[in-house]
Design a protein around this ligand. Structure first.
Ligand SMILES: Cc1cc2nc3c(=O)[nH]c(=O)nc-3n(C[C@H](O)[C@H](O)[C@H](O)COP(=O)(O)O)c2cc1C
Ligand code: SF4
Length: 368
């Protein structure tokens, strides 16, 4: 089942393995892909992944971008992406652009005279640091919604097979959903319907700018796993139902943010927590609830093909996503397709999680 040709979220794919968005920090100073970045996607495509989701791509000039981040905040960004996309298509893969409005979860801000923004100006907890931010005006919200739509239009023009809007991990759309960070009293705060408004307006604008059938995916937290004031699982499920009504073709279930309880963030050191596949139960429940309405997949701690096969066979999940395993082994899908029963060799140490030039430490040690 894992390796059957299929359609996931409106995209024809050679298998149900998705590469979850992985920020590489390898764009040049203009936010354009470098040869090194293109070769990452070339290797992933050659290694048999079905659909590759790019690292988060900055959509707006209103806010800073991350150091060495790919940009889609201007029409000049369209043409330079074409080569990277061709490299993937030539090797039988599909590629989706992850569009993000960063907000106050940004870690290494770049870009002159730009604002770090958030729903209500509540400081972001980034590890031991606090990130100050400015509460958005309604006019600025309208600007960011328009920017998300324009970025998606550019992604389509560049040749991406679809877009994924980042609604997870404490980036801006996720912050709006989180009561701790969203204390607004206008139409964007308070009730769940209001807290989901920014996300849904971005999706509506992306749909308007990309047309009726263009694949739009969303990455969403099943829960923020915060001590208090986080998005809860029941609320997340309701948001997923709204997204399905809004025409989103696939939801990738993740969870957590930088304020989550210890070891409850999105990128868990699963050997220490002894909790592989840590969002599986939430995602399976969502997939059952949304069956026939939108495709639901899951990311987080999947390491064995047998677990993935079983999950697909015994639930309504449509795809399983991997991030760290494909950093260490871009050819992992083909190894499994050709009969290997070995689990991924990634040890989930998280030493690849850094601001720029992301790579598995085992590659670097081998090169040293
Ligand atoms: C180096 C690195 C970069 C990441 N960049 C992104 C990103 O740009 N967007 C995103 O949604 N998630 C990002 N993530 C989170 C992953 O997509 C994924 O949700 C998480 O690593 C859990 O999956 P895994 O156990 O397969 O690694 C990143 C994770 C790592 C380790
Ligand atoms: S650095 Fe660690 S977590 Fe990252 S890919 Fe390599 S083994 Fe996996």
């Amino acid at each position: 089942m894992l390796f059957d040709a299929c359609t996931i979220g409106g995209i024809d794919a050679r298998c149900r393995i998705v590469r979850s968005a992985t920020f590489e920090g390898m764009a040049d100073a203009q936010g354009q892909p470098t040869e090194k970045l293109a070769s990452i996607y070339k290797n992933l495509a050659a290694g048999g992944t079905g659909v590759m989701i790019t690292g988060m791509i900055a959509a707006s000039k209103l806010e800073p971008h991350q150091h060495n981040q790919i940009l889609l905040d201007d029409d000049r960004c369209i043409a330079p992406l074409a080569d990277l996309i061709t490299q993937v298509h030539d090797r039988g893969g599909k590629i989706v652009a992850q569009i993000v409005i960063m907000g106050s979860a940004i870690m290494v801000p770049e870009g002159e005279n730009r604002l770090i923004v958030s729903p209500s100006g509540v400081p972001d907890q980034l590890g031991r640091e606090k990130q100050a931010s400015t509460a958005l005006s309604e006019g600025q919200i309208r600007q960011l919604v328009a920017d998300a739509g324009q970025a998606a239009r550019r992604a389509k023009a560049a040749g991406f097979d679809g877009v994924q809007f980042h609604g997870a991990h404490g980036y801006l759309a996720s912050k709006f959903l989180t009561p701790f960070y969203n204390t607004r009293t206008d139409a964007y705060g308070g009730s769940l319907e209001n807290r989901a408004r920014f996300l849904r307006e971005c999706i509506a604008e992306i749909r308007k700018q990309t047309g009726a059938d263009y694949p739009i995916w969303v990455k969403l937290n099943c829960s923020d796993f915060m001590k208090e004031g986080g998005l809860e699982a029941e609320e997340s499920l309701q948001v997923m139902k709204w997204l399905a009504e809004d025409g989103v073709q696939a939801i990738e279930v993740s969870g957590g943010n930088t304020s989550s309880l210890p070891r409850k963030g999105p990128i868990r050191a699963i050997r220490r927590t002894k909790e592989p596949m840590y969002f599986a139960a939430y995602a399976k429940a969502a997939a059952a609830a949304l069956k026939g309405k939108t495709d639901v997949g899951v990311v987080g701690g999947w390491r064995a093909a047998s677990d993935m096969e079983e999950a697909l066979a015994t639930s309504d999940l449509s795809f399983i996503s991997l991030c760290r395993p494909l950093l260490r082994q871009p050819d992992l899908p083909n190894l499994w397709r050709n009969g290997s029963t070995e689990p991924a060799t990634c040890i989930s140490c998280n030493r690849c999680f850094r601001d720029t030039d992301v790579d598995c430490i085992f590659h670097e040690q081998a090169e040293a």
